[in-house]
Design a protein around this ligand. Sequence first.
Ligand SMILES: [Zn+2]
Length: 516
Amino acid sequence: MRFGQVSFKKIGIRFYAPFAASLALLTVIFSAATAESPGDPKKLAFEVVERNAEAIAAVGDVLYYFGEPGMQEYESSKYLKSTLEQIDFKVEVGGAGLPTNVWATWGSGKPVIAIATEMDALPEGSQTPGSIPRKPLVDGAPGHMEGHNVMAGMVVGAAHAVKKTMEQFKIPGTIVLSIGPAEEQLMSRPYLVRDGYFKDVDAAIITHIQDSLATGYGLGNYALIGAKFTFKGRTAHGGVNPWDGKDAVDAVVLMDIGFDKLREHLRPTYRGHRVITNGGVQPNIIPDVGQIWWFIRDATGPWAKENFDKLVNIAQGAALMTGTTMEMEPFGAAWPSLGNKAIAEAVQKNIDLVGMPKWSDEEQRFAKELQKSLDRKEIGLNTKPLPLQPGRQNSSSNDIGDITWVVPTGTLRFPSAVPGVQAHHWSAGITPTMSIAHKGAVVGAKVMAASVLDLLTSPELLTAAKKQFAEDTKETKYFSLLPPDAKPPVDLNKEMMEKYRPAMRKFYLSKKADFK
Ligand SMILES: [Zn+2]
Protein backbone atom coordinates (compact mmCIF):
# COMPACT_ATOMS: atom_id res chain seq x y z
CA MET A 1 0.00 0.00 0.00
CA ARG A 2 2.71 2.39 0.95
CA PHE A 3 4.62 1.48 -2.18
CA GLY A 4 1.43 2.24 -4.12
CA GLN A 5 1.27 5.67 -2.61
CA VAL A 6 4.82 6.50 -3.45
CA SER A 7 4.72 5.30 -7.01
CA PHE A 8 1.40 7.04 -7.51
CA LYS A 9 2.95 10.26 -6.31
CA LYS A 10 5.91 9.84 -8.66
CA ILE A 11 3.90 8.73 -11.65
CA GLY A 12 1.34 11.44 -10.97
CA ILE A 13 3.96 14.12 -11.23
CA ARG A 14 5.89 12.68 -14.11
CA PHE A 15 3.31 11.32 -16.50
CA TYR A 16 -0.07 12.73 -15.70
CA ALA A 17 0.53 16.43 -15.84
CA PRO A 18 -3.09 17.19 -16.89
CA PHE A 19 -4.26 15.79 -13.58
CA ALA A 20 -1.62 17.67 -11.67
CA ALA A 21 -4.09 19.96 -9.92
CA SER A 22 -6.21 17.17 -8.51
CA LEU A 23 -3.12 15.17 -7.68
CA ALA A 24 -1.53 18.06 -5.84
CA LEU A 25 -3.78 17.58 -2.83
CA LEU A 26 -3.15 13.83 -2.74
CA THR A 27 0.54 14.48 -3.07
CA VAL A 28 0.51 16.72 -0.04
CA ILE A 29 -1.29 14.04 1.99
CA PHE A 30 1.05 11.29 0.83
CA SER A 31 4.17 13.38 1.36
CA ALA A 32 3.20 13.81 4.97
CA ALA A 33 2.81 10.05 5.27
CA THR A 34 6.02 9.14 3.47
CA ALA A 35 8.26 11.61 5.29
CA GLU A 36 8.28 9.50 8.46
CA SER A 37 7.16 6.11 7.24
CA PRO A 38 9.16 3.35 5.60
CA GLY A 39 7.14 4.16 2.49
CA ASP A 40 10.12 6.10 1.15
CA PRO A 41 12.64 3.85 -0.64
CA LYS A 42 15.60 6.08 0.16
CA LYS A 43 14.62 6.27 3.80
CA LEU A 44 14.55 2.50 3.97
CA ALA A 45 17.93 2.29 2.22
CA PHE A 46 19.40 4.71 4.79
CA GLU A 47 18.01 2.61 7.63
CA VAL A 48 19.51 -0.53 6.13
CA VAL A 49 22.91 1.15 5.80
CA GLU A 50 22.76 2.41 9.37
CA ARG A 51 21.82 -0.90 10.91
CA ASN A 52 24.72 -2.49 8.99
CA ALA A 53 27.35 0.09 9.95
CA GLU A 54 29.25 -2.57 11.87
CA ALA A 55 29.26 -5.01 8.95
CA ILE A 56 30.44 -2.29 6.54
CA ALA A 57 33.27 -1.50 8.96
CA ALA A 58 34.09 -5.20 9.32
CA VAL A 59 34.61 -5.68 5.57
CA GLY A 60 36.95 -2.68 5.41
CA ASP A 61 38.87 -3.71 8.54
CA VAL A 62 39.34 -7.31 7.45
CA LEU A 63 40.63 -6.23 4.03
CA TYR A 64 42.98 -3.73 5.66
CA TYR A 65 44.82 -6.49 7.51
CA PHE A 66 44.98 -8.67 4.38
CA GLY A 67 46.93 -5.73 2.89
CA GLU A 68 47.08 -7.35 -0.55
CA PRO A 69 48.66 -5.48 -3.48
CA GLY A 70 47.46 -5.69 -7.10
CA MET A 71 46.68 -9.16 -8.52
CA GLN A 72 47.35 -10.77 -5.14
CA GLU A 73 43.96 -9.99 -3.59
CA TYR A 74 43.21 -13.68 -3.00
CA GLU A 75 42.08 -13.40 0.63
CA SER A 76 40.21 -10.17 -0.04
CA SER A 77 38.25 -11.57 -2.97
CA LYS A 78 37.48 -14.78 -1.07
CA TYR A 79 36.15 -12.77 1.86
CA LEU A 80 34.09 -10.52 -0.41
CA LYS A 81 32.68 -13.54 -2.21
CA SER A 82 31.50 -15.26 0.96
CA THR A 83 30.12 -11.99 2.38
CA LEU A 84 28.20 -11.23 -0.82
CA GLU A 85 26.91 -14.78 -1.15
CA GLN A 86 25.49 -14.56 2.35
CA ILE A 87 23.32 -11.69 1.16
CA ASP A 88 22.23 -13.62 -1.94
CA PHE A 89 24.44 -12.03 -4.56
CA LYS A 90 25.66 -14.23 -7.37
CA VAL A 91 29.44 -13.86 -7.27
CA GLU A 92 32.09 -14.59 -9.86
CA VAL A 93 35.72 -14.38 -8.78
CA GLY A 94 38.33 -14.50 -11.52
CA GLY A 95 36.69 -13.00 -14.60
CA ALA A 96 38.50 -11.57 -17.64
CA GLY A 97 41.67 -13.54 -16.84
CA LEU A 98 42.02 -11.69 -13.52
CA PRO A 99 42.14 -14.35 -10.76
CA THR A 100 41.00 -11.97 -8.01
CA ASN A 101 38.41 -9.92 -9.84
CA VAL A 102 35.05 -9.71 -8.02
CA TRP A 103 31.87 -9.39 -10.09
CA ALA A 104 28.62 -9.78 -8.18
CA THR A 105 25.03 -9.38 -9.32
CA TRP A 106 21.60 -9.44 -7.78
CA GLY A 107 18.15 -9.06 -9.31
CA SER A 108 17.04 -9.54 -12.87
CA GLY A 109 16.26 -7.67 -16.04
CA LYS A 110 16.61 -4.02 -16.89
CA PRO A 111 17.84 -1.57 -15.94
CA VAL A 112 21.28 -2.86 -15.01
CA ILE A 113 23.09 -0.46 -12.69
CA ALA A 114 26.71 -1.03 -11.68
CA ILE A 115 28.68 0.13 -8.67
CA ALA A 116 32.43 -0.04 -9.29
CA THR A 117 35.50 0.36 -7.13
CA GLU A 118 38.78 -1.37 -6.26
CA MET A 119 40.34 -3.20 -3.30
CA ASP A 120 44.15 -3.38 -3.64
CA ALA A 121 46.85 -2.25 -1.20
CA LEU A 122 50.29 -0.80 -1.99
CA PRO A 123 53.87 -2.05 -1.64
CA GLU A 124 55.58 -1.04 1.61
CA GLY A 125 52.36 0.38 3.03
CA SER A 126 52.28 -1.69 6.21
CA GLN A 127 51.37 0.49 9.21
CA THR A 128 49.81 0.05 12.63
CA PRO A 129 46.40 1.68 12.41
CA GLY A 130 45.88 4.47 14.92
CA SER A 131 49.62 5.03 15.42
CA ILE A 132 50.77 8.46 14.30
CA PRO A 133 54.45 7.56 14.47
CA ARG A 134 55.59 5.27 11.63
CA LYS A 135 55.13 1.73 12.92
CA PRO A 136 54.73 -0.99 10.30
CA LEU A 137 52.80 -4.09 11.34
CA VAL A 138 55.35 -6.05 9.31
CA ASP A 139 58.55 -4.31 8.20
CA GLY A 140 58.67 -3.83 4.44
CA ALA A 141 55.28 -5.46 3.85
CA PRO A 142 52.51 -4.06 1.66
CA GLY A 143 49.49 -2.36 3.20
CA HIS A 144 46.53 -0.08 2.62
CA MET A 145 47.81 3.48 2.36
CA GLU A 146 44.95 4.87 0.35
CA GLY A 147 41.89 3.22 1.89
CA HIS A 148 40.75 0.92 -0.91
CA ASN A 149 39.73 -1.43 1.91
CA VAL A 150 37.18 1.15 3.10
CA MET A 151 35.84 1.45 -0.45
CA ALA A 152 35.15 -2.27 -0.67
CA GLY A 153 33.19 -2.19 2.61
CA MET A 154 31.26 0.88 1.51
CA VAL A 155 30.09 -0.60 -1.80
CA VAL A 156 29.02 -3.90 -0.24
CA GLY A 157 26.94 -1.91 2.28
CA ALA A 158 25.42 0.19 -0.50
CA ALA A 159 24.61 -2.81 -2.70
CA HIS A 160 22.98 -4.59 0.24
CA ALA A 161 20.82 -1.56 1.03
CA VAL A 162 19.74 -1.24 -2.61
CA LYS A 163 18.86 -4.93 -2.73
CA LYS A 164 16.80 -4.74 0.46
CA THR A 165 14.97 -1.71 -0.87
CA MET A 166 14.33 -3.34 -4.26
CA GLU A 167 12.83 -6.34 -2.47
CA GLN A 168 10.63 -4.26 -0.22
CA PHE A 169 9.36 -1.99 -2.98
CA LYS A 170 9.41 -4.55 -5.79
CA ILE A 171 11.70 -2.40 -7.88
CA PRO A 172 12.75 -4.26 -11.05
CA GLY A 173 16.31 -4.35 -12.33
CA THR A 174 19.77 -5.72 -11.66
CA ILE A 175 22.54 -4.43 -9.39
CA VAL A 176 26.11 -5.17 -10.41
CA LEU A 177 28.99 -4.83 -7.99
CA SER A 178 32.39 -4.68 -9.67
CA ILE A 179 35.40 -4.69 -7.34
CA GLY A 180 38.48 -4.72 -9.55
CA PRO A 181 42.02 -5.78 -8.70
CA ALA A 182 45.32 -3.96 -9.25
CA GLU A 183 44.03 -0.41 -9.65
CA GLU A 184 47.37 0.87 -8.40
CA GLN A 185 49.02 -0.63 -11.48
CA LEU A 186 46.11 0.38 -13.78
CA MET A 187 45.64 -3.22 -14.63
CA SER A 188 42.14 -4.59 -14.56
CA ARG A 189 39.32 -2.52 -16.06
CA PRO A 190 40.55 -2.44 -19.66
CA TYR A 191 40.37 -6.26 -19.55
CA LEU A 192 36.88 -6.24 -18.04
CA VAL A 193 35.66 -3.82 -20.69
CA ARG A 194 37.40 -5.77 -23.47
CA ASP A 195 35.71 -8.97 -22.31
CA GLY A 196 32.29 -7.33 -22.45
CA TYR A 197 31.55 -7.17 -18.73
CA PHE A 198 29.89 -3.77 -19.05
CA LYS A 199 28.06 -4.27 -22.32
CA ASP A 200 24.64 -4.83 -20.70
CA VAL A 201 25.12 -2.19 -18.02
CA ASP A 202 22.86 0.87 -18.43
CA ALA A 203 24.64 3.18 -16.01
CA ALA A 204 27.34 3.01 -13.36
CA ILE A 205 28.63 4.90 -10.37
CA ILE A 206 32.32 4.68 -9.54
CA THR A 207 33.56 5.60 -6.13
CA HIS A 208 36.76 6.49 -4.30
CA ILE A 209 37.70 7.44 -0.75
CA GLN A 210 38.58 11.09 -0.15
CA ASP A 211 38.44 13.68 2.62
CA SER A 212 35.15 15.11 1.36
CA LEU A 213 31.74 14.10 0.11
CA ALA A 214 31.55 15.09 -3.53
CA THR A 215 30.70 14.30 -7.12
CA GLY A 216 31.62 15.98 -10.39
CA TYR A 217 31.40 15.69 -14.13
CA GLY A 218 33.54 16.00 -17.22
CA LEU A 219 37.09 14.72 -17.59
CA GLY A 220 38.69 13.74 -14.29
CA ASN A 221 42.26 12.67 -15.05
CA TYR A 222 44.68 11.42 -17.70
CA ALA A 223 44.94 8.50 -20.10
CA LEU A 224 47.91 6.19 -19.58
CA ILE A 225 49.59 3.32 -21.39
CA GLY A 226 52.24 1.33 -19.60
CA ALA A 227 54.64 -1.26 -21.00
CA LYS A 228 57.84 -3.06 -20.18
CA PHE A 229 60.35 -3.27 -23.03
CA THR A 230 62.82 -6.13 -22.80
CA PHE A 231 65.89 -6.15 -25.07
CA LYS A 232 67.89 -9.31 -25.60
CA GLY A 233 71.42 -9.44 -27.07
CA ARG A 234 74.56 -11.50 -26.57
CA THR A 235 76.88 -11.49 -23.60
CA ALA A 236 80.68 -11.23 -23.80
CA HIS A 237 83.61 -10.23 -21.58
CA GLY A 238 83.63 -6.46 -21.28
CA GLY A 239 87.45 -6.28 -21.27
CA VAL A 240 88.47 -9.20 -23.46
CA ASN A 241 86.02 -9.42 -26.39
CA PRO A 242 83.34 -6.69 -26.14
CA TRP A 243 83.10 -6.72 -29.98
CA ASP A 244 81.44 -10.13 -29.72
CA GLY A 245 78.68 -8.77 -27.50
CA LYS A 246 75.31 -7.23 -28.32
CA ASP A 247 74.61 -4.97 -25.40
CA ALA A 248 70.95 -5.04 -24.32
CA VAL A 249 71.45 -2.21 -21.82
CA ASP A 250 72.77 -0.02 -24.64
CA ALA A 251 69.34 -0.50 -26.22
CA VAL A 252 67.67 0.57 -22.96
CA VAL A 253 69.84 3.71 -22.81
CA LEU A 254 69.24 4.54 -26.49
CA MET A 255 65.50 4.16 -25.98
CA ASP A 256 65.66 6.59 -23.07
CA ILE A 257 67.66 9.11 -25.11
CA GLY A 258 65.36 8.61 -28.10
CA PHE A 259 62.31 9.50 -26.04
CA ASP A 260 64.09 12.56 -24.63
CA LYS A 261 64.63 13.77 -28.22
CA LEU A 262 60.91 13.26 -28.87
CA ARG A 263 59.76 15.22 -25.81
CA GLU A 264 59.94 18.60 -27.52
CA HIS A 265 57.61 17.40 -30.27
CA LEU A 266 54.82 16.12 -28.06
CA ARG A 267 51.81 18.11 -26.89
CA PRO A 268 52.52 20.10 -23.70
CA THR A 269 49.96 17.88 -21.93
CA TYR A 270 52.00 14.69 -22.30
CA ARG A 271 53.76 12.84 -19.48
CA GLY A 272 56.45 10.19 -19.99
CA HIS A 273 58.31 8.49 -17.15
CA ARG A 274 60.31 5.31 -16.77
CA VAL A 275 62.38 3.10 -14.51
CA ILE A 276 65.14 0.77 -15.63
CA THR A 277 64.09 -2.60 -14.25
CA ASN A 278 67.07 -4.54 -15.55
CA GLY A 279 70.34 -2.71 -16.08
CA GLY A 280 72.80 -5.62 -16.23
CA VAL A 281 74.85 -7.41 -13.59
CA GLN A 282 78.35 -5.90 -13.47
CA PRO A 283 80.43 -3.77 -15.86
CA ASN A 284 82.74 -6.45 -17.20
CA ILE A 285 79.83 -8.61 -18.34
CA ILE A 286 78.19 -7.28 -21.50
CA PRO A 287 74.51 -7.53 -20.54
CA ASP A 288 72.46 -9.83 -22.75
CA VAL A 289 69.22 -8.65 -21.16
CA GLY A 290 68.01 -5.15 -20.40
CA GLN A 291 64.56 -3.89 -19.46
CA ILE A 292 62.89 -0.49 -19.17
CA TRP A 293 59.35 0.15 -17.91
CA TRP A 294 57.43 3.16 -19.24
CA PHE A 295 54.25 5.05 -18.37
CA ILE A 296 53.07 7.33 -21.16
CA ARG A 297 50.18 9.69 -20.46
CA ASP A 298 48.16 12.41 -22.10
CA ALA A 299 44.87 14.22 -21.67
CA THR A 300 42.92 11.92 -24.02
CA GLY A 301 43.00 8.24 -24.92
CA PRO A 302 43.88 8.90 -28.60
CA TRP A 303 46.70 11.29 -27.66
CA ALA A 304 48.21 8.80 -25.21
CA LYS A 305 48.06 6.17 -27.95
CA GLU A 306 49.75 8.49 -30.43
CA ASN A 307 52.63 9.13 -27.98
CA PHE A 308 52.88 5.46 -27.14
CA ASP A 309 53.11 4.40 -30.80
CA LYS A 310 56.07 6.77 -31.17
CA LEU A 311 57.68 5.19 -28.11
CA VAL A 312 57.32 1.74 -29.68
CA ASN A 313 59.07 3.01 -32.84
CA ILE A 314 61.90 4.33 -30.69
CA ALA A 315 62.21 0.90 -29.04
CA GLN A 316 62.41 -0.75 -32.44
CA GLY A 317 65.07 1.77 -33.49
CA ALA A 318 67.08 1.06 -30.33
CA ALA A 319 66.95 -2.67 -31.07
CA LEU A 320 68.07 -2.06 -34.65
CA MET A 321 70.97 0.14 -33.55
CA THR A 322 72.27 -2.46 -31.10
CA GLY A 323 71.50 -5.65 -32.97
CA THR A 324 69.27 -6.81 -30.15
CA THR A 325 65.68 -8.06 -30.17
CA MET A 326 62.86 -6.21 -28.47
CA GLU A 327 59.77 -7.58 -26.73
CA MET A 328 57.01 -5.42 -25.38
CA GLU A 329 54.83 -6.46 -22.46
CA PRO A 330 51.79 -4.24 -21.93
CA PHE A 331 51.66 -3.12 -18.32
CA GLY A 332 48.63 -1.08 -17.44
CA ALA A 333 46.29 1.12 -19.45
CA ALA A 334 43.65 3.68 -18.61
CA TRP A 335 41.33 6.21 -20.17
CA PRO A 336 40.66 9.49 -18.37
CA SER A 337 37.51 9.20 -16.28
CA LEU A 338 34.49 10.87 -17.82
CA GLY A 339 31.84 11.91 -15.28
CA ASN A 340 28.26 12.11 -16.56
CA LYS A 341 26.61 15.43 -15.70
CA ALA A 342 23.03 14.11 -15.49
CA ILE A 343 24.08 11.44 -12.99
CA ALA A 344 26.26 13.94 -11.11
CA GLU A 345 23.23 16.17 -10.57
CA ALA A 346 21.28 13.24 -9.11
CA VAL A 347 24.22 12.21 -6.92
CA GLN A 348 24.61 15.79 -5.67
CA LYS A 349 20.99 15.86 -4.51
CA ASN A 350 21.66 12.74 -2.47
CA ILE A 351 24.87 14.24 -1.10
CA ASP A 352 22.89 17.27 0.09
CA LEU A 353 20.22 14.98 1.53
CA VAL A 354 22.67 12.80 3.48
CA GLY A 355 25.27 15.38 4.50
CA MET A 356 28.61 14.82 6.20
CA PRO A 357 29.17 12.55 9.20
CA LYS A 358 28.89 14.09 12.65
CA TRP A 359 32.48 13.92 13.79
CA SER A 360 33.19 13.59 17.50
CA ASP A 361 35.59 15.93 19.31
CA GLU A 362 37.96 13.00 19.65
CA GLU A 363 37.94 12.38 15.85
CA GLN A 364 38.59 16.06 15.16
CA ARG A 365 41.37 16.11 17.73
CA PHE A 366 43.00 13.04 16.22
CA ALA A 367 42.78 14.47 12.69
CA LYS A 368 44.46 17.70 13.83
CA GLU A 369 47.17 15.80 15.65
CA LEU A 370 47.84 13.78 12.51
CA GLN A 371 47.91 16.93 10.36
CA LYS A 372 50.30 18.57 12.81
CA SER A 373 52.65 15.58 12.71
CA LEU A 374 52.80 15.90 8.90
CA ASP A 375 53.36 19.68 8.91
CA ARG A 376 49.96 20.24 7.38
CA LYS A 377 47.42 22.88 8.32
CA GLU A 378 45.53 21.75 11.42
CA ILE A 379 42.08 22.08 9.89
CA GLY A 380 40.65 18.83 11.23
CA LEU A 381 37.98 16.95 9.29
CA ASN A 382 35.71 18.50 6.69
CA THR A 383 32.22 19.19 7.91
CA LYS A 384 30.47 20.29 4.72
CA PRO A 385 29.92 18.42 1.46
CA LEU A 386 31.27 20.05 -1.70
CA PRO A 387 28.91 21.70 -4.17
CA LEU A 388 28.50 20.27 -7.67
CA GLN A 389 31.27 21.32 -10.00
CA PRO A 390 32.93 20.14 -13.19
CA GLY A 391 35.88 17.85 -12.57
CA ARG A 392 39.33 19.34 -12.85
CA GLN A 393 41.43 17.14 -15.08
CA ASN A 394 44.62 16.20 -13.27
CA SER A 395 47.53 14.24 -14.67
CA SER A 396 47.13 11.12 -12.53
CA SER A 397 45.34 8.08 -13.95
CA ASN A 398 42.92 5.38 -12.81
CA ASP A 399 41.98 2.41 -14.97
CA ILE A 400 38.39 2.72 -13.76
CA GLY A 401 38.23 5.42 -16.45
CA ASP A 402 37.69 2.78 -19.12
CA ILE A 403 34.25 2.01 -17.70
CA THR A 404 33.19 5.64 -18.06
CA TRP A 405 33.68 5.54 -21.86
CA VAL A 406 31.40 2.56 -22.41
CA VAL A 407 28.67 3.28 -19.84
CA PRO A 408 27.19 6.59 -18.60
CA THR A 409 28.95 6.90 -15.26
CA GLY A 410 28.59 9.03 -12.17
CA THR A 411 31.35 9.55 -9.64
CA LEU A 412 31.21 9.66 -5.86
CA ARG A 413 33.95 10.54 -3.41
CA PHE A 414 33.21 9.85 0.24
CA PRO A 415 34.78 11.33 3.40
CA SER A 416 36.75 8.55 5.08
CA ALA A 417 40.19 10.19 4.92
CA VAL A 418 41.86 13.09 6.72
CA PRO A 419 42.46 16.32 4.73
CA GLY A 420 46.13 16.97 3.98
CA VAL A 421 47.19 13.33 4.34
CA GLN A 422 48.80 12.19 1.10
CA ALA A 423 47.61 8.87 -0.35
CA HIS A 424 50.42 6.40 -1.20
CA HIS A 425 52.23 7.57 1.95
CA TRP A 426 52.29 5.34 5.03
CA SER A 427 50.49 8.05 7.03
CA ALA A 428 47.39 7.38 4.91
CA GLY A 429 47.45 3.89 6.42
CA ILE A 430 46.77 5.23 9.94
CA THR A 431 43.03 5.89 9.70
CA PRO A 432 41.45 3.31 7.33
CA THR A 433 40.19 1.15 10.23
CA MET A 434 39.33 4.01 12.59
CA SER A 435 35.90 5.49 13.28
CA ILE A 436 36.70 8.33 10.84
CA ALA A 437 36.83 5.78 8.02
CA HIS A 438 33.81 3.86 9.31
CA LYS A 439 31.58 6.93 9.55
CA GLY A 440 32.64 8.19 6.13
CA ALA A 441 31.78 4.82 4.63
CA VAL A 442 28.27 4.91 6.13
CA VAL A 443 27.65 8.31 4.58
CA GLY A 444 29.14 7.13 1.28
CA ALA A 445 26.99 3.98 1.26
CA LYS A 446 23.85 6.05 1.81
CA VAL A 447 24.60 8.42 -1.07
CA MET A 448 25.57 5.50 -3.29
CA ALA A 449 22.43 3.52 -2.45
CA ALA A 450 20.16 6.52 -2.99
CA SER A 451 21.82 7.32 -6.32
CA VAL A 452 21.55 3.74 -7.58
CA LEU A 453 17.88 3.77 -6.55
CA ASP A 454 17.42 6.95 -8.59
CA LEU A 455 18.90 5.22 -11.62
CA LEU A 456 16.74 2.15 -11.07
CA THR A 457 13.48 4.00 -10.60
CA SER A 458 13.75 7.02 -12.86
CA PRO A 459 13.63 6.25 -16.60
CA GLU A 460 13.95 10.01 -17.18
CA LEU A 461 17.28 10.10 -15.36
CA LEU A 462 18.55 7.13 -17.32
CA THR A 463 17.47 8.73 -20.59
CA ALA A 464 19.14 12.03 -19.65
CA ALA A 465 22.32 10.16 -18.67
CA LYS A 466 22.39 8.31 -21.99
CA LYS A 467 21.80 11.52 -23.91
CA GLN A 468 24.64 13.22 -22.04
CA PHE A 469 26.87 10.20 -22.69
CA ALA A 470 26.13 10.30 -26.44
CA GLU A 471 27.01 14.01 -26.43
CA ASP A 472 30.23 13.51 -24.42
CA THR A 473 31.47 10.67 -26.62
CA LYS A 474 30.44 12.15 -29.98
CA GLU A 475 33.98 13.20 -30.89
CA THR A 476 36.03 10.62 -29.04
CA LYS A 477 35.08 6.98 -29.38
CA TYR A 478 36.44 4.39 -26.98
CA PHE A 479 38.98 1.87 -28.19
CA SER A 480 41.09 -0.37 -26.02
CA LEU A 481 44.53 0.95 -25.21
CA LEU A 482 45.66 -2.65 -24.75
CA PRO A 483 47.26 -4.47 -27.66
CA PRO A 484 44.77 -7.07 -28.97
CA ASP A 485 46.75 -10.03 -27.60
CA ALA A 486 47.46 -8.50 -24.18
CA LYS A 487 47.00 -10.74 -21.14
CA PRO A 488 46.87 -9.57 -17.52
CA PRO A 489 50.16 -10.12 -15.64
CA VAL A 490 48.77 -12.53 -13.06
CA ASP A 491 52.11 -12.90 -11.27
CA LEU A 492 52.32 -9.21 -10.48
CA ASN A 493 53.44 -8.70 -6.83
CA LYS A 494 53.48 -12.48 -6.31
CA GLU A 495 57.01 -12.67 -4.99
CA MET A 496 56.36 -9.81 -2.59
CA MET A 497 53.31 -11.55 -1.20
CA GLU A 498 55.06 -14.89 -0.87
CA LYS A 499 57.73 -13.17 1.17
CA TYR A 500 55.46 -11.21 3.51
CA ARG A 501 52.19 -13.12 3.74
CA PRO A 502 53.29 -15.53 6.50
CA ALA A 503 54.17 -12.62 8.82
CA MET A 504 51.09 -10.62 7.77
CA ARG A 505 48.80 -13.59 8.42
CA LYS A 506 49.35 -13.20 12.17
CA PHE A 507 47.42 -9.95 12.05
CA TYR A 508 44.40 -11.19 10.07
CA LEU A 509 41.09 -10.43 11.77
CA SER A 510 38.60 -13.21 12.19
CA LYS A 511 35.63 -10.93 11.84
CA LYS A 512 32.53 -11.95 9.92
CA ALA A 513 30.52 -9.21 8.25
CA ASP A 514 26.93 -10.01 9.21
CA PHE A 515 24.65 -8.00 7.00
CA LYS A 516 21.05 -7.86 8.17
ZN1 LIG B 1 42.83 4.60 -5.30
